[in-house]
Ligand binder design. Structure first.
Ligand code: AMP
Length: 215
């Protein structure tokens, strides 16, 4: 299987995590979700977690220095040599520029940037009906992807909860932050010629495009 270094960029709820999960069943790549790393820091009550918690609850962005530091450390690990998916990072142009330096230092190159382009109405519906397993992080949906037993994770039997930042108020703010800060990241990578755009596709259609274009 071909090694690929990928970035998944798109608004919250655009399918980055879902497609990562589907792709990782078929190919071996390191999955680096800065949101997951931060949620783990919060769960463990680390100083970084305490610092990030309030920002995440409001839907704002954690500082570039913190997230770039986390990604630098993660990319240096051995499993990333066989390829990786950066999911939810970079979210600012500054993060994208700093990532360029990190990759150059590590002798790595990006193969493609996947842009998940989904209309706002769909994003808000998805975010506010999303259910996440407290134990393993698996994602379900009250409307479109119900678990077999209400409130229980199909994969690990953990408790399904609504993420604190998936409330209507915070989700709306996260979308605003996406347009204010992350939209420019898309233009930045579009100019690199490495972008694959998935325009409001179903997960099956997205998988077909990615397999055809990348693997
Ligand atoms: P996610 O799970 O990717 O939607 O991320 C959840 C939250 O974690 C975001 O709303 C931000 O508060 C924070 N976060 C995740 N990734 C980043 C990033 N690359 N830069 C800044 N904050 C981030």
């Amino acid at each position: 299987m071909k090694k690929k270094n990928l970035i998944f960029v798109g608004a919250p709820g655009s399918g980055k995590g879902t497609i990562s999960g589907m792709l990782l069943k078929e190919v071996t790549l390191a999955h680096i979700s800065t949101g997951d790393i931060l949620r783990d820091e919060i769960k463990r009550g680390t100083p970084l977690g305490v610092q990030a918690s309030e920002i995440m609850k409001s839907g704002g962005l954690v500082s570039d220095d913190i997230v770039v530091g986390m990604v630098r450390e993660r990319l240096a690990k051995d499993d990333c040599k066989n390829g990786f998916i950066l999911d939810g990072f970079p979210r600012t142009v500054n993060q994208a520029e700093l990532l360029g330096k990190v990759l150059a230092d590590l002798g790595m190159e990006l193969d493609a940037v996947i842009f998940f382009n989904v209309p706002d109405q769909v994003l808000l519906e998805r975010l506010t009906s999303r259910l996440t397993c407290k134990a393993c992080g698996a994602v379900f949906n009250k409307l479109s992807m119900k678990p077999q037993v209400e409130g229980v994770c199909d994969k690990c039997q953990g408790e399904l909860i609504q993420r604190a930042d998936d409330s209507l108020e915070t989700a709306t703010n996260r979308l605003k932050v996406f347009y204010a800060q992350t939209q420019a990241v898309i233009d930045y990578y579009r100019a690199s010629g490495k972008m694959i755009e998935l325009n409001n596709l179903t997960s099956e259609q997205s998988m077909d495009v990615l397999k055809k274009e990348l693997f």
